[in-house]
Design a protein around this ligand. Sequence first.
Ligand code: NAD
Length: 263
Amino acid sequence: MDLKIKDKVAVVTAASRGLGRAAAEALAAEGVKLAICSRDRAAIDEAAGQIRKKFAVEVLSEVCDVSSKTGIEAFKDKVIEHFGTCHILFANAGGPPPGKVEEFAEADFRKALDLNLLSTINLVNAFLPFMKQQEWGRILASTSISVKQPIPTLALSNVSRAGVVAFIKSLSLDIAHLNISANVLAPGFIMTGRVKSLLQDRAQREGTTYEEALENVKNTIPAQKIGDPEDFGALCAFLASGYASYITGDTILIDGGMYKGIM
Ligand code: NAD
């Protein structure tokens, strides 16, 4: 199936590995040109090289810490200088450290808000004007199942991501008439470096092994397995596609049935 986005330009942040990398690869498989970033020069250049080799698409790789507004502005300048525009934005970042509410001070909450909420707002503010100009755009914000069902040991994540949903929903109302959609992705457990380190943290807290922590998590998931990053990437590519213009303002779970609510 041709997703009708060949030669569009996508900005994918925090893309050297994990979910960002999976989204970048799924878009590259559709012939989308990429601007990717992460904090580490060697890691992002290596990811770019591998994506170019595998998918034969143009990839711009830059260093950017998305917690920093000036960092995002500098990244945007490089993307626009190189590609002239942005059609698709996958706003992604690393996750804040695990822990319960009482384990964190105000400064920790501020840092988590910079990392997960303000990064999304600043990325949208940087790239939305180009989508408006061309009256075509797809904005995807990476969050977590925690926006629907908070995870007890991930207080910083629970708090900082809830605002992303409110921001994207509000934004979607203002831009839908310009053929620009804005949606939130809410993964449960997809196997990445982040999930491996969270499982290690759980094992430590529960006094179990990594393998036992993994089994315990799988038992909370009706599908009885951890998700595949490739499936996550494919969902991103579809939501960024020419066929997804009528899906906006939504929060889409990809969690093997882990969320237990009705709506
Ligand atoms: P990961 O640790 O495997 O990869 C994170 C990526 O983000 C890396 O490329 C890293 O270099 C980059 N990064 C980290 N901080 C950054 C920053 N400040 N600026 C720029 N790049 C930065 O994590 P992942 O599993 O791919 O998760 C991505 C996001 O999705 C995280 O916020 C995570 O908490 C969230 N999430 C993941 C899952 C999951 O199942 N994997 C579930 C829910 C939420």
